[in-house]
Design a protein around this ligand. Structure first.
Ligand code: 13P
Length: 244
């Protein structure tokens, strides 16, 4: 049997205490989803949403466990608040905060140290794709964003083409398949056949109820990383149902 798919919601900088209601609505409608579900709210909400039956993740962490880093949050803190995973190297962090592959790799090592699954994001810009460089760019990000000692069991890779995030545009199913096959081959090269084949690959970028099922049916797509649509209980529920 293929592994269960994973649908992860990335709330980005959205959500207040009242968002617990949205999660409740989702849970009531989908009490026993046929896929794994993860919700990554802002860090301020993790402790308050923990222990209610939905796995939670952070959206970033600092490489160190503690110290003089005003405003930062460590992987250990996320774990302590109730998180099981953390998104790392999202394109918005790479762009807004100048995060490099090396920094993302250090954060992934921190996630492993704290016992969190690292969801490492990669993805090309539109101009890179237009120049025929999508695979070269994504392959480079993948190689550089994983720490040398990476344990494949604690790893998820999310392919999110930058130009598809929040735009309503997606690559063709063939392009999604091509990139996921490429990532799978790279992971097998790096970690060996079985561990490399078991790492879940998520597609992210304008996944909606209307396109989720066809995207999740593409070979090597192990689920999705959902932005805007994860903020609405009904849409997120429909996407989760499409992954079952
Ligand atoms: P959208 O689903 O809003 O395009 O965002 C995707 C994303 O960035 C998830 O991390």
């Amino acid at each position: 049997m293929p592994p269960r798919k994973l649908v992860a919601g990335n709330w980005k900088m959205n959500g207040l205490a009242a968002s617990a209601e949205m999660l409740e609505t989702f849970r009531r409608a989908h009490p026993a989803p046929a896929c794994d579900v993860l919700v990554c709210p802002p860090a301020t909400l993790i402790a308050g949403l923990a222990g209610r039956g939905t796995a939670l993740g952070g959206q970033d962490c600092h490489p160190e466990a503690s110290g003089a880093h005003t405003g930062d949050i460590s992987a250990e803190m996320l774990r302590d608040a109730g998180a099981e995973a953390v998104i790392l190297g999202h394109s918005e962090r790479r762009t807004d905060h100048g995060e490099t592959d090396a920094l993302v790799a250090a954060k992934a090592a921190a996630a492993a140290r704290a016992g969190l699954t690292a969801i490492v994001c990669v993805g090309e810009t539109e101009s890179q794709r237009d120049a025929g460089r999508a695979m070269e760019v994504v392959g480079g990000q993948l190689a550089g964003s994983l720490p040398p000692e990476a344990d494949p069991a604690g790893l998820v890779i999310a392919y999110e083409p930058v130009w598809a995030i929040g735009t309503g545009r997606t690559p063709s199913l063939a392009e999604i398949g091509e990139m996921h096959d490429f990532l799978r081959a790279r992971l097998i090269e790096r970690f060996g056949a079985e561990p490399g084949a078991a790492i879940r690959l998520l597609y992210g970028g304008s996944v909606k109820p209307g396109n989720a099922a066809e995207i999740f049916a593409v070979g090597n797509v192990g689920g999705g990383l959902i932005g805007g649509a994860s903020l609405k209980a009904e849409d997120f529920g429909a996407i989760v149902a499409a992954a079952g």
